[in-house]
Ligand binder design. Structure first.
Ligand SMILES: C[S@@+](CC[C@H](N)C(=O)[O-])C[C@H]1O[C@@H](n2cnc3c(N)ncnc32)[C@H](O)[C@@H]1O
Length: 511
């Protein structure tokens, strides 16, 4: 394979068809004001290294912004363009390298640049290109979202991943194909660990990571572990890189991490208060939670909001529950363990949001504020629900254009799902982004279009699609062999879809 354009990056196998809500500019609109920083209106947005372009296209369909994106893998660019052609949204997806893209003179100044799952997996020179691009192309006041692997959470695994990389390069024959080479390399690493090296005793988390890798999608692993480059870094090293583009840290896009009570114990908070440097405190929190992956917003010139401006901003922002009320949960996994939410505040909040109604934050505060629960308590409760993916920022009145773009994109994705199980999301004009919708759910939606109505009819339609392709459902990792078994399982799932998923989708404008 020509090294010239790949820079040692894996291009032999395509990336997964993932969707990442952190890349949704609507999240930045809530996350930044929560930290007292203004978020600009996002008219021009850009995603670097977009993979198959699912997030790029969902966000373009769900907004009226002009989106640009680049990913040097032409197979990725063509996949992203195909989605854009069907949605009709304003997306320009190119197959340029970061270096070529940076030199383009026809690009606008961006209000928002998003980079997910790229920074740690590219060379020093390519990181330089990205910083120069941001320096030249992010507007003053603009927002950068970037995720990356970080110390200390990744420290123990680095030598094991490097050893696997050496094995892959030196021993596993390149003619075998990437998937087979990855399998062989994982096998080798497992045998090494089975011989009980002292390393395994000192780094049990790395050993577990290897065991987990064996169960993961090989395309994902190819890009995650088997690139030439993999460079986790500390938060402060990252801040030095971005300082060159005049960016300052704004806040975490992992909304749970904005709440100190979920990331640190009382004792740790007391220690942190004794540290006089705010940026150093952020890095120390990474030790408190053994952070592996940071997802952060940075801004080119922070405009601080006064308390009155902050309240006005919240008044105008809306949110919506993205699960069925029966599935709303008062326990969740926080950065340092399971958290029980305060029923007294969360129960009335969930009741008020029930039926997946879009509510403005101002309305929520006016309705639920009391002597006991202040605006701050309510905002924290909303952040927790958003961080736990139960609630999402919402557009209270999506335009006809946005609705049409999402509908066209969704229809294309659903029709594609007759044949392949790849894009497990549908675009919501209300959240301006993707909502999980597995292949079977998409087949049920196709059945409804085909005038099927009952659970039985939906199940039969889905079964026809699967059996015509000689496919079966699986349960606990084992295929269901007979038609009767498949139909019974499909009927059960169709019942859940009709009772729960369909009403939620309808409230989210997914049809
Ligand atoms: C790990 S994938 C992440 C994809 C996507 N952002 C996601 O999270 O699903 C990294 C992406 O960056 C692209 N990439 C890597 N190096 C690049 C370069 N020098 N120029 C442009 N794209 C690059 C790859 O093709 C790949 O699609």
């Amino acid at each position: 394979m020509a090294e010239s354009w790949t820079s040692g990056y894996v291009t032999e196998v395509g990336y997964q068809w993932g969707y990442f809500p952190e890349l949704n500019p609507m999240r930045a609109k809530i996350a930044l004001p929560c930290s007292g920083i203004a978020c600009p209106e996002i008219k021009h947005a850009c995603e670097l290294g977009f993979g198959q372009g699912v997030s790029l296209n969902m966000h373009a369909a769900g907004s009226e912004a002009e989106w640009h994106g680049n990913d040097f893998n032409p197979s990725h660019a063509i996949a992203a363009r195909e989605l854009a052609e069907h949605s009709g949204a304003m997306v320009r997806a190119t197959d340029q390298s970061f270096a070529e893209f940076r030199r383009r003179e026809d690009l606008p100044q961006f209000d928002y640049i998003g980079i997910h799952g790229v920074w740690s997996w590219i060379s020093h020179e390519n990181r330089r290109e990205i910083v120069d691009f941001i320096k030249a192309k992010l507007k003053v006041g603009g927002v950068l979202y970037v995720s990356y692997n970080v110390y200390p959470g990744q420290a123990g695994f680095i030598p094991l991943r490097n050893l696997m990389m050496e094995y892959l390069d030196r021993i596993s024959p390149s003619g075998k194909g990437m998937t087979a080479r990855i399998d062989e390399t994982l096998e080798f690493a497992e045998q090494m660990i089975e011989s009980k090296p002292v390393y395994a005793k000192h780094y049990p988390a790395a050993v577990k990571r290897l065991a987990d890798a064996k169960t993961q999608n090989r395309n994902y692993l190819a890009h995650e572990f088997f690139n030439r480059d993999w460079h986790p870094m500390s938060f402060l090293d990252m801040s030095r890189w971005l300082d060159e583009a005049k960016l300052g840290y704004a806040c975490s896009a992992n909304l749970l991490e904005q709440l100190p009570s979920l990331t640190t114990t009382q004792e740790q908070r007391e220690f942190l208060e004794s540290v006089p440097d705010q940026m150093l405190r952020h890095q120390i929190v990474d030790f408190m939670i053994n952070q592996q992956f940071r997802r952060d917003y940075w801004v080119k010139g922070a405009r601080r909001l006064s308390t009155a401006e902050q309240m006005k901003t919240f008044n105008d922002l809306s949110v919506v529950l993205i699960r069925h009320a029966d599935d709303a949960s008062l326990t969740m996994k926080g950065p340092i363990g399971e958290v029980n939410l305060n029923e007294e505040i969360h129960k009335p909040l969930l009741d008020f949001l029930c039926g997946n109604k879009v509510r403005s934050i101002g309305e929520i505060i006016r309705k639920l504020q009391s002597d006991k629960y202040t605006t701050v308590n309510l905002l924290q409760a909303l952040l927790i629900l958003m961080g736990d993916n139960q609630l999402a920022p919402a557009n209270s009145n999506p335009s006809a254009k946005i609705r049409k773009q999402c509908e066209r994109l969704n229809r294309f994705i659903r029709n594609r799902s007759r044949d392949v199980d790849e894009i497990n999301f549908q675009a919501s004009p209300v959240t301006g982004g993707g909502i999980a919708a597995g292949r079977i759910v998409q087949l049920f939606m196709l059945a409804l279009e085909d005038k099927a109505g009952t659970d039985e009819e939906l199940a039969r339609f889905a079964w026809q699609c699967l059996s015509a392709r000689n496919q079966r459902l699986a349960q606990d990792g084992k295929p269901l062999e007979t038609e009767a078994e498949n139909l019974a399982e499909l009927k059960k799932r169709a019942g859940e879809f009709l009772n729960k998923t369909r009403p939620v989708f309808s409230a989210l404008g997914i049809q």
